[in-house]
Design a protein around this ligand. Structure first.
Ligand SMILES: [Zn+2]
Length: 247
């Protein structure tokens, strides 16, 4: 039996002081960023996204926030940091480094990364075209480079062409699907033979396979020094970069 008079009062005090709903967090951060503006209606929802992305928009005077359910269990200070980031983006206010850093640290936590990786694998269906393009075969290129630069020791991931001929993303290595995807824009007959630009992009992505992303620091280091040094071994590096610039 517990009828100590103080207890429930203290619990009530604690919950109002230490527990905020996501909506309350967004309302508080909103007032901080825009002290003179009226607080709009706001709704915060957790969605089953394939990654940790979150979205905010203002529609008909209502703030809609959609957060990846990967963050549903995040501690309140992380939610607060994300609120600063999203509201800052929406209202074009600079985000204090403290918040950006706190949020990044959380996403970089080993357990969070593992969870994100699993979710991407399960939810992120990925279309992978297969190695044969209209003019080039990615498997041939991969194996040729594998022998030339990696003693043939690199395990071959899935290889495919992007759906659209992207100029901004010429290639990427996706560790969740163990796949290298090359932009279809490089599948051209006019890419000079030997297709230096295409080979360079493939070589670059193979280096990502060889040198995984460095998660040591709070900031992901994608192109480590080791990576950059290895990249210089590509004999026509300059020529390839020139061709890519002119694409
Ligand atoms: Zn890269």
């Amino acid at each position: 039996m517990d009828n100590t008079p103080g207890i429930s009062a203290i619990e009530g005090l604690q919950s109002s002081l230490f527990f905020e709903t996501p909506e309350e967090i967004y309302a508080r951060v909103y007032r901080e960023l825009r002290p003179r503006a009226a607080l709009p209606d706001l709704r915060v929802e957790f969605r089953r996204f394939a990654n940790a992305d979150s979205f905010i928009r203002l529609e008909n005077g209502r703030l809609e926030v959609r957060i990846s359910d990967l963050l549903a269990g995040a501690p309140a200070p992380v939610m607060e940091a994300l609120a600063h980031i999203l509201l800052g983006k929406l209202y074009r206010k600079p985000v204090a480094r403290l918040y950006a850093h706190r949020y990044r640290l959380y996403l970089n936590r080993r357990d969070v990364r593992r969870q994100a990786h699993l979710v991407r694998q399960i939810r992120g269906r990925k279309f992978i075209s297969g190695p044969q393009g209209a003019h080039h075969n990615l498997e041939e290129i991969f194996e040729r480079l594998n022998v030339q630069f990696f003693d043939g020791l690199l395990g071959r991931p899935q290889l495919g062409w992007s759906r659209r001929p992207s100029r901004s993303m010429l290639g990427h290595f996706d560790p969740s699907h163990n796949a290298i995807i090359i932009s279809r824009i490089l599948d051209q007959p006019r890419v000079p033979a030997p297709a230096v630009a295409l080979e360079y992009v493939m070589f670059h992505e193979m280096l990502h396979l060889r040198y995984p992303v460095d998660h040591q620091a709070s900031r992901r280091r994608v192109h480590t020094r080791e990576f950059r040094e290895a990249e210089k071994k590509f004999p026509q590096l300059k020529e390839a970069k020139e061709i890519l610039k002119r694409l």
